[in-house]
Design a protein around this ligand. Structure first.
Ligand code: UGY
Ligand code: MN
Length: 253
């Protein structure tokens, strides 16, 4: 006898200081200026976050056209390909390509392969006296070296933006690779906020006092001071791309 599918189950969890968002709960949004595409708002200020994380699924007819306002936008191609037009010059983007658009920047993404998926992080830009607003960046993750993290050669970090050497950047986007069995060396508790999506693999994430099984495609929001730890499980590396706010004075007091 076939069983009735229970639809009242989901792996998604939303709490005061963290969230785990899985694709099974997505409801699609439409965004002005972005046509013929599906937009899923995974993290934003309605949740309590101070940034936004979107997933965009494109068709061949898609056009993402606009001009950034007070927020800079980081785009990362999760799968597929498309073309970017910035002020009349075009760039071909493929899986692993990324684009950083500063504030006040006009853009158009088009000519996508059907089913192309793009991740975005949006952050309100905080100007810094004596620092110019960053220029756009178009690059591919393959050109960013992996560096050993916390003296553990099974933890590998790629800094996609030059925030470590250039204080004009107030956000970081990094790709963090954990070889099988690797884990964060301690439970981090910090002022910086995170948004992330798993690109590969699986493991267990500790967020505040809860433990969650996590796998490719899952997204996580961590509010400032949310205690966090991850251990990779399984036989392939666990990889996530994550956002972090950086390089600004940490208090108004
Ligand atoms: O950069 C970070 O804070 C990073 N180690 N955190 C994390 O992966 N949860
Ligand atoms: Mn952290």
């Amino acid at each position: 006898m076939s069983q009735i599918k229970l639809t009242a189950l989901s792996h998604s969890v939303v709490k005061r200081d963290h969230a785990v968002i899985t694709g099974d709960g997505f409801v699609n949004s439409k965004v002005p200026g972005w046509s013929d595409c599906i937009v899923n708002v995974v993290i934003n200020e309605a949740m309590g976050a101070q940034f936004c994380q979107l997933l965009i699924t494109l068709t061949e007819a898609s056009k993402l056209e606009g001009k950034t306002k007070q927020s800079q936008i980081f785009f990362y191609v999760l799968e597929g390909s498309c073309q970017l037009n910035l002020g009349g010059s075009t760039s071909d983007l493929k899986e692993g390509s990324y684009v950083y658009l500063p504030i006040g920047q006009a853009y158009r993404f088009e000519h996508a392969l059907e089913g192309t998926r793009i991740l975005t992080f949006h952050k309100r830009y905080e100007t810094l006296a004596g620092q110019a607003i960053p220029e756009p960046i178009i690059n591919h993750q393959a050109s960013i070296p992996q560096t050993i993290y916390a003296n553990d050669e099974d933890l590998l970090m790629q800094n996609l933006l030059p925030d470590q050497t250039d204080m004009s950047f107030d956000m970081a986007v990094n790709i963090f690779t954990y070889n099988p069995g690797a884990n964060l060396p301690f439970v981090e508790t910090h002022i910086m906020e995170h948004g992330l999506i798993y690109l590969q693999g699986q493991g267990v994430y500790r967020l505040a006092d809860d433990w969650y099984p996590i796998k490719k495609g899952d997204s996580i929001w961590m509010a400032p001071y949310c205690p966090q730890w991850f251990g990779a499980l399984g036989k392939e590396p666990a990889v996530y791309i994550y956002y972090k706010n950086v390089n600004r004075f940490p208090t108004t007091v």
